[in-house]
Design a binder for this molecule. Sequence first.
Ligand code: 5AD
Length: 345
Amino acid sequence: KDNDVLIEKLETQHDIDKEEVVMLLALKDPSKLYQAADRVRRKYVGDDVHLRGLIEFSNYCNNTCFYCGLRGPNRTIKRYRMEPEEIIQCAKYGAAAGLKTIVLQSGEDKYFKINTLCKIIEEIKKLDIAVTLSIGELSTKDYAELKKAGADRYLLRIETTNKELYQKLHPGMSYENRVRCLMDLRELGYEVGTGSLVGLPGQTLEMLADDLIFFKKIDADMLGIGPFIPCENTPLEREKGGNVEIVLKMLALSRLLLPDINIPATTALAVKDKAGYIKGLKCGANVIMPNIGIDEYKKLYKLYPGKVPDNPSEAVNSLENIKKLILSQNRTIGKDKGYRKKILN
Ligand code: 5AD
């Protein structure tokens, strides 16, 4: 059938136009799409699953994104900042547990001076591990200084490439500046991760197809794609959440379009669906991000509900749970830093 031909073309040429992407996103039975993505994943990045140890070091945020529980105006959550020494201790713990990448994530908190962040990065780099930052939109100069201090990668989701939807959900922010950040990061030599939220109110399959075309165009090194999960005390609290199957189709299409990149099975996917990590790993994903922060703070980093149960060691994204899960799927745990294995171009 037509769709089979499309999938085959994608699997061999890794290219496709927008209308065709929309057709595949609408597939009634996506099993062949998933299988093709799984083959391409295996061929290009192998069976290794790379672990990226996540440290959520501050939940203060100046932004007001409609979907996010950390938005500035949300007065119902208790705010925290970790001390630089605490952040470094967590990184040391992660390194001792065998992790080769640490991800430092926070809300857009102006409290931390770039200089302070640089010192933290320099300390962590002494552990001979990769450092990924996920701290939002900054100036070109700040990105340059963080890179000089040793940061290797940066995560900044575009969230949606539909400008109108973007502006509606991000008051006071601009789509152009977000793209400027991604271009700066690339120019400065970071490995660049971006991605989108799936199931935002008003988002269509055409918009998701545009997201994928954008990812291909900017040649993203990493793509984090997860379902939107409505969060209490945000403007979108009563909206419907994203659909797991569409997230899986987005992962599979990402793998087919950009065969050699890193694609996480996201925490939001695992929160939305008990088998989310496993499903993601079978649809093209090759990365998982265990949370290696401090339990007391994990509860407060509430982007969306369901992330942290009463007992944080039972969290889906605890290091122990994730290691077991990977081995149960006959996959291996990556032992190197897990940079993008550039094969094409
Ligand atoms: N549901 C799912 N993901 C969310 N994020 C923020 N809020 C939510 C939510 N309600 C995601 C955004 C952001 C990342 C750190 O968390 O895509 O880039």
